[in-house]
Design a protein around this ligand. Structure first.
Ligand SMILES: [Zn+2]
Length: 307
């Protein structure tokens, strides 16, 4: 009997997470996933948004303030991706450690390849939600590597006792990512130069990395819902260019893309912009595995005339 109780309590202890050395809050699940890969058991990562939610417009919950108040490290995408919800939460958390500029604050865009940086004066006249460049840059595995290195450096600075572990975990992550990139290149390589249409301008880094381009967007401008006139232009363009696929993030209304798809024969794909956007996309590498396969399969079907 005693033995049973002992075993039961051991099992319980194993099931409960040990208190991690570093409490991390991230704005998107992708950063939480990379943090878990690099931090291992020494970190506990919590993402404010879920991968199936629009990362520009996150519903702030009171529980977020508690998470932020206890965090040692806050990782954001920056480029104003979080401008709509994070500043008041951060204010209310009263956590000086994770304020912008403090040691516990990491803007993951630093050092990454950021596309569409504006050259002139930034205005919001057009309702643009990408005023300082495209904030969806984690969708390039090369940037993912840069982000992982920045996270490892930050964790080592905050928790020097774990530095060797972070270094080893980072090396393992990088080699797994390099292997995966070979796989993705092989799958999408045959379709280099293909033009696609996307709903939101979430994919410039992804498309550039795999030598694809966006011929147009369902949103007339990032953050602006589709308009009838713009949709007519898109339908004509998709027909003219024989565009094979329309990529749509999971959080948009499918009415317009579905109608364009029906009018033109272009295939509508639910493309996942973040870890957790689909149950299969469990981690950062799994996210690309999911999207690359979905796109390669659709393009192969089109090529074979089965679209
Ligand atoms: Zn955006």
């Amino acid at each position: 009997m005693k033995k049973t109780i002992l075993l039961a309590s051991l099992a319980l202890a194993a099931a409960l997470p040990a208190t991690a050395a570093v409490q991390v809050v991230t704005s998107i699940q992708d950063f939480a996933s990379i943090t878990e890969s690099v931090g291992g058991k020494r970190v506990e990562a919590f993402s404010l948004s879920r991968g199936y939610q629009d990362p520009h417009f996150v519903d702030a919950k009171p529980s977020f303030i508690l998470k932020l108040s206890r965090a040692d490290l806050l990782i954001v995408a920056g480029l104003e991706l979080e401008i709509g919800y994070l500043p008041p939460l951060l204010e209310q958390s009263r956590n000086e450690k994770i304020r912008p500029g403090a040691p516990g604050y990491l803007d993951a865009s630093i050092g990454c390849d950021i596309l569409e940086r504006p050259s002139g004066t930034v205005t919001r006249a057009m309702g643009d939600v990408h005023p300082f460049g495209n904030p969806h840059y984690w969708l390039d595995p090369v940037n993912g590597r840069t982000i992982a290195r920045a996270i490892a450096a930050k964790l080592s600075a905050l928790d020097p006792a774990g530095a060797a572990e972070y270094r080893a975990n980072l090396a393992a992550f990088e080699s797994k990512l390099a292997e995966a990139e070979k796989r993705w290149d092989a799958m999408l390589g045959p379709y280099a130069g293909t033009e696609v249409v996307t709903y939101h301008n979430s994919w410039p880094n992804f498309l550039k990395r795999f030598h694809l381009t966006a011929a147009g967007y369902i949103e007339p401008k990032p953050g602006i819902p589709p308009s009838p006139a713009h949709t007519v232009e898109l339908v004509n363009m998709v027909r003219e260019k024989k565009i094979a696929v329309i990529l749509m993030e999971p959080y948009f209304d499918e009415k317009t893309p579905k109608s364009i798809s029906e009018q033109t024969g272009a295939r509508l794909l639910r493309f996942i912009p973040s870890v957790g956007g689909s149950p299969e996309a469990k981690d950062y590498i799994g996210l690309f595995d999911y999207d690359v396969k979905l796109l390669a399969d659709a393009l192969a079907a089109r090529k074979g005339g089965k679209a």
